[in-house]
Design a protein around this ligand. Structure first.
Ligand code: NAD
Length: 714
């Protein structure tokens, strides 16, 4: 075992064996099959020797522990047998830690995830630093698999049914205090004392290893134990969890959470080793699935996009932000930055807009307080980072000004001109415009090189995508700065070329446009929306139009139609007739759907005569899905030709994060590859003949067919 493997060990003067993770040349530590084997050798080597009195697992990287199994390794396994065997081996190695006659501990200074958490669960003790870098979880279901090195069996035994279900089925991560609250961590100590505390605890435990767990308090409330031990109550809890799951996702699309639930169930109904076997078999079943391969691929794509600034310059650190416009978007952006404890000055010309922004931000934090994710005190502290203003006071100190005023070029230029005089020379001005080219906004700027686009999606606190737009004159440093800022806010930035509608809205407009064609041809609203959701979209195109607002959608459509004319010709006239008839969507309770108390109660048949359509034509679901999806695939190909983004991966991650395109399909172009480029190009040609030129296959697709290429060569 040596440093080059990413794991090392030494024995200290007190007889404590330190096993140290330090992946060479990387910021993070990962588990690999080789490291698991190294741990195995080390544990075998310890057997029958008494030089070590205790063992501690730690990391040589500051603020990092073990970010789980290397996803490349999981992605490379294509058969169930190999996957299950890999799980069994990991389980057996970690069981050796649990079986050691000496106490073991984990010193957790930073993220501990996936297989890393499985391993920590096999130790006698887990101590974490009281540091925001600490995040502990089992995020496997987000990759379409389940924890495979014993986590589904050990975690419920340690923290109980409800907490284990919550953690494993959601894949969410806990900070140190919350991990301690559920009993996943035994002690939380200040970072500088972590090593010392672990040693002290291990020394004490080594005196009497059989009773070492008495050194920490791990009593679970009676009410919780009751739930677990009484079979009928447990069944009710599990049934409720299952119902909640199936209400959220289709098990056929995302099988992992449901299978994780089965594994957790096993933890209560059979001995540990049998439970391990259930876990390994489920891992074997899930690892080779297309869903898991697609989710892992998207995970890697997101990580890559967060790393690549696509700019040769170094980013500047954003310490203070100003947000101009406290509407839906400005308010959301302000809340998000304040949530990261970045001081935000938020300006609007209307007092009520400021009030409502603060109120909405308070509701987002309030919801998290209710769910136990943050404390009331933390919510109040974050709120204090948000300071509203009606004038320009406090803007001068901002390193980044984000403009989110109305979508109007003249207003945006005016706002930029006014603020440019006040802010520092190196401050970056980012517009949240959804359709206006950045170069036009910057056309009259004093410092156009500091002007960029930073396009958030609605609702800001939920949507993980941000489009970063480099205008013709934007400096690499300005682009790098907003890219880094977006990452700091927890978003995945996709750098796109400055062009109408950028990437996501442009492709999405083809989906909406096709839905409006179908409507005009007489297809019913709910038939189109039903086909889209059956495909896996979170919302059908008509429900989406109602949410966006038909007036807003019309406005974006006009911009895009001016640029791309014939490809989206259906959108503007249909939307115009509805808007003119006073239909704005959910916001005024009148759109494609009827609304009662803010909720859609069914399609509104009055729409049909307004657009001169009968609303009675039946088309097969597959036909509807094909038209909606192929319209987007074709436009994505045109975007690639136009250099809007660099590669297919950018399209796929952006569409999944920005529109909710079904992640289990891996994104629009992964899905296109699965359909087969030749097949879909042929379908597009036939659709073009039948429906119109908008379907004529993009040059790129025809070229790919000729060269027998895919978007993703294997
Ligand atoms: P909104 O109408 O909710 O908010 C705009 C706010 O700007 C209003 O409160 C208005 O009072 C304020 N304002 C107007 N002139 C101002 C000025 N000179 N100085 C300061 N404040 C001023 O609009 P929104 O939906 O938040 O959109 C804002 C921007 O974000 C637009 O460019 C829009 O295209 C873009 N956008 C919107 C969405 C969305 O879904 N709503 C999504 C992405 C991007």
């Amino acid at each position: 075992m040596g440093r080059e493997d990413g794991i090392d060990h030494r024995i200290d003067s007190e007889g404590i064996l330190h096993v140290v993770f330090d992946r060479p040349g990387d910021r993070v530590n990962l588990l690999t099959p080789r490291i698991v084997r190294e741990i195995d050798h080390l544990l075998d080597h310890l057997k029958g020797r008494d030089e070590a009195r205790a063992i501690v697992f730690e990391s040589a990287k500051p603020g990092m522990f073990l970010a789980g199994m290397d996803v490349e390794e999981i992605a490379a396994i294509d058969d169930a047998y190999r996957a299950a065997e890999a799980a069994r081996f990991g389980q057996a190695v970690f069981q050796k830690i649990a079986d050691l006659p000496i106490p073991s501990a984990c010193a957790i200074p930073g993220p501990l995830l996936g297989g890393g958490t499985d391993r920590a669960l096999a130790c006698t003790f887990r101590l974490a630093a009281d540091d925001p870098k600490v995040r502990i979880g089992l995020p496997e279901v987000q990759l379409g698999i389940i924890p495979g090195f014993g986590g589904t069996q050990r975690l419920p035994r340690l923290v109980g049914l409800a907490a284990a279900l919550d953690l494993i089925l959601s894949g969410r991560q806990l900070d140190a205090a919350r991990a301690a609250r559920i009993g996943l961590v035994d002690r939380v100590v200040p970072l500088p004392y972590l090593a010392r505390e672990v040693s002290a605890l291990l020394r004490a435990a080594a005196q009497d290893p059989r009773h070492s767990s008495r050194l920490v308090r791990r009593a679970r409330p009676l009410s919780i134990s009751l739930v677990e031990n009484v079979t009928p109550i447990r069944r009710i809890v599990l049934a409720r969890a299952r119902r909640a799951l199936t209400a959220k996702v289709r098990v056929s699309d995302y099988p992992a959470p449901e299978r994780a639930l089965q594994a957790i169930e096993a933890a209560f109904s059979m001995p540990l080793r049998q439970g391990f076997d259930v876990e390994a078999r489920i891992v074997g079943e899930l690892v080779p699935t297309r869903t898991s391969k697609n989710l892992i691929w998207l995970f890697k794509g997101q990580a890559a996009l967060r790393r690549e600034t696509n700019s040769e310059a170094a980013p500047r650190r954003v310490r203070r932000v100003a947000v101009l416009g406290a509407g839906i978007m400005g308010g959301g952006i302000g809340q998000l930055a304040a949530d990261r404890e970045i001081p935000v000055r938020i300006k609007d010309v209307r007092y009520d807009a400021l009030l409502s922004a603060l109120h909405t931000a308070g509701e987002v934090w309030g919801e998290r307080v209710r769910k136990g994710r943050i404390s009331r005190r933390e919510a109040e502290q974050r709120m204090a980072f948000l300071s509203p203003t009606l004038d320009d006071r406090g803007l001068a100190r901002a390193d980044l000004v984000i403009e989110a005023v109305v979508e109007d070029l003249a207003v945006k230029q005016e706002v930029l001109a006014a603020v440019e005089e006040r802010i520092g020379e190196r401050a970056v001005f980012a517009s949240n415009t959804s359709s206006i080219p950045i170069s036009e906004i910057a056309a009259r700027a004093l410092r156009p090189e500091r002007v960029v686009g930073l396009h958030f999606f609605n609702p800001v606190h939920r949507m993980l995508l941000v489009e970063v737009i480099a205008g013709q004159r934007s400096s690499p440093e300005a682009v790098a700065t907003v890219h880094r800022f977006a990452v700091e806010l927890g978003k995945t930035p996709v750098v796109v070329r400055d062009s109408p509608g950028f990437l996501v809205n442009r492709i999405l407009m083809l989906y909406l446009n096709e839905a409006l064609h179908l409507l005009s041809e007489g297809v019913r609203i709910e038939a189109v929306d039903g086909a889209a959701t059956a495909f896996g979209m979170p919302m059908g195109p008509f429900a989406l139009l109602d949410q966006v607002g038909l007036d807003t959608a019309r406005h974006v459509a006009e911009v895009l139609q001016a640029a791309f004319g014939r490809r989206i010709a259906a959108t503007t006239p249909v939307l115009a007739s509805l808007v003119d008839a006073g239909r704005l969507g959910a916001k005024n309770g009148k759109g494609f759907y009827l609304y009662r108390e803010g909720h859609a109660v069914g399609p509104d048949r009055k729409v049909y005569p307004l657009v001169h359509a009968p609303g009675s034509r039946e088309l097969p679901v597959e036909t509807l899905q094909e038209r909606l999806v192929l319209a987007m695939v074709n436009e994505a190909a045109v975007c690639l030709e136009d250099g809007v983004v660099r590669e297919p991966r950018d399209v796929d991650v952006a569409m999944v994060l920005g529109t909710g395109f079904p992640a289990f399909r891996g994104g629009l172009l992964r899905h296109a590859d699965d359909l087969g480029i030749a097949v879909l190009t042929d379908r597009l040609s036939r659709l073009a003949d039948a429906q119109g030129e908008r379907f004529r296959p993009a040059g790129l697709l025809r070229e790919m067919v000729r060269e027998q290429r895919k978007f993703y060569p294997r």
